[in-house]
Ligand binder design. Structure first.
Ligand SMILES: C[S@@+](CC[C@H](N)C(=O)[O-])C[C@H]1O[C@@H](n2cnc3c(N)ncnc32)[C@H](O)[C@@H]1O
Length: 200
C-alpha cells in the first residue's frame, strides 16, 4: 500500500527511489545502518517520512542534511526534487562511504555531495538545513545555526516531543533571534503525518 502511495508521490523518479530502497534493505542491513526489522517499514517510516516536508522547501534551494546516516532524509528529498542541491553531512567514515556509493549508483552525483564532518566543524551556509533523529532541538540549534544563511531555515523532523523541545529551547531561540513553528505535513493525503519544527 505505501509503495503504491510512494509511486504516486515519486512519479517518474519511482524507479530511482526503489533502487535506494533496495540498497537500504541489502547493503544498509549488511553494513549495520538499518535494522533488519526496519525492512517492512522502509517506505512508510523512512521514504515517505523523509519527503513529507518537501513542500516547505523553495525551488532550487541549497540543502544540507545534517547527520545524514544512511541518507535520510537527504537522499529521498534529492530524488524527489532534482531542482535542489543537496549536501549530505555525516562525520562517520563508514557511513560516508555508504552514502557516496549510494549516490553514485543512483546517478545523482551532479546534485548531491557527501561531506565528512560534524555540523559544528563544517564551514559553509545553506538556505535549508534538515535533520532527522539527530539531537534535541536546543542542541540542533547550537550545532546548526551557523550553517543557516541569514534568511535560511532549519527543518527538524520530530515526533511527539516537538512541543516540549521547542519550549525547552525557548531561551536559545530568543538569544539568537530565531522563531520556531510546529507544522504537521504529509507526503500524500493517504500517507502518515510527520511533525516538523521549522526554525527561521
Ligand atoms: C540516529 S542517526 C540518524 C541518521 C538519519 N538522519 C536518519 O534519520 O536515519 C544520527 C546520525 O548523526 C550523526 N551525527 C552525530 N553527531 C553529529 C554531529 N555533531 N554533526 C553531524 N552529524 C552527527 C551520526 O554519525 C549518525 O549518523
Amino acid at each position: 500500500m505505501t509503495a503504491e502511495i510512494a509511486e504516486e508521490v515519486f512519479g517518474e523518479h519511482f524507479e530511482t527511489i526503489s533502487r535506494y530502497v533496495d540498497i537500504l534493505s541489502s547493503r544498509g542491513i549488511e553494513w549495520g545502518l538499518i535494522g533488519p526489522r526496519e525492512v517492512d517499514k522502509l517506505w512508510d517510516r523512512h521514504i515517505l517520512n523523509s519527503t513529507a516536508f518537501s513542500g516547505l522547501i523553495t525551488p532550487g534551494a541549497t540543502v544540507v542534511d545534517v547527520g545524514s546516516g544512511a541518507g535520510l532524509p537527504g537522499i529521498p528529498l534529492a530524488v524527489l526534487r532534482p531542482d535542489l542541491q543537496v549536501t549530505l553531512l555525516e562525520p562517520l567514515l563508514r557511513r560516508c562511504n555508504f552514502l557516496s556509493q549510494a549516490v553514485d549508483e543512483l546517478g545523482i552525483t551532479s546534485r548531491v555531495s557527501v561531506v565528512r564532518a560534524r555540523a559544528e566543524d563544517h564551514d559553509a551556509t545553506y538556505e535549508v538545513v534538515t535533520a532527522r533523529a539527530l539531537a534535541p532541538l536546543g542542541r540542533l540549534i547550537e550545532w546548526c545555526a551557523a550553517l543557516m544563511e541569514p534568511h535560511g531555515v532549519l527543518l527538524a523532523l520530530k515526533g511527539r516531543s516537538a512541543a516540549g523541545e521547542v519550549a525547552a529551547a525557548a531561551a536559545d531561540l530568543a538569544r539568537r533571534r530565531l522563531t520556531a513553528d510546529i507544522l504537521t505535513v504529509r507526503a500524500h493525503p493517504r500517507a502518515e503525518s510527520t511533525t516538523v519544527v521549522r526554525v527561521a
